[in-house]
Design a protein around this ligand. Structure first.
Ligand code: GTP
Ligand code: MG
Length: 153
């Protein structure tokens, strides 16, 4: 099944928007398959955004992404990559529709709170790079929780 790499950027974490952003993907009905909070090292940020390395804003982008902890997530579902891009909204938050995450929560392109993969192939690549070593702890935790809940009945 298709997966998208969704990353709450440092401004989203610092502004206390983690719950709000996760909630939008949960309510839509996608499945959270992996999650971690971490400080992205410079070389990983450069690898993640390697397609943009020749842009004038690239150094500023790397500084922004590495400026504080980010929340890395793998979300799964049919059509999740394109749908997540719609939920997130346009790159420039001033052009993003109201009702989208950026449209509702941000004003600057350089501080646009969340990243979403732009193709299923990039989804795979980015999950491999951003969630290296995390792989689906959540499934195991849900199973353990369910066993506990059943045992209490
Ligand atoms: P991501 O989901 O983060 O990949 O954003 P996107 O796919 O909507 O845009 P893109 O991949 O083209 O650019 C990646 C990120 O670089 C954007 O989300 C912005 O944070 C930043 N960025 C893009 N264009 C500009 C720009 O013109 N100026 C500045 N300062 N930042 C930019
Ligand atoms: Mg992009």
């Amino acid at each position: 099944v298709e997966q998208s790499y969704i990353m709450i950027k440092p401004d989203g974490v610092q502004r206390g928007l983690v719950g709000e952003i996760i909630s939008r993907f949960e309510k839509k009905g996608f499945l959270l398959k992996g999650l971690k909070l971490f400080q992205c090292p410079k070389n990983l940020a450069q690898e993640h955004y390697k397609d943009l390395k020749d842009k004038p804003f690239f150094p500023g982008l790397i500084e922004y992404i590495t400026s504080g902890p980010v929340v890395c997530m793998a979300w799964e579902g049919v059509g999740v990559v394109a749908s997540a891009r719609k939920l997130i909204g346009a790159t420039n938050p001033l052009q993003a529709e109201p009702g989208t995450i950026r449209g509702d929560l941000a004003v600057q392109t350089g501080r646009n709170v969340v990243h979403g993969s732009d193709s299923p192939d990039n989804g795979k690549r980015e999950i491999g790079c951003g969630l290296r070593g995390v792989k689906c702890y959540l499934n195991r935790l849900v199973k353990i929780w369910q066993r506990g809940a059943l045992a209490k009945k």
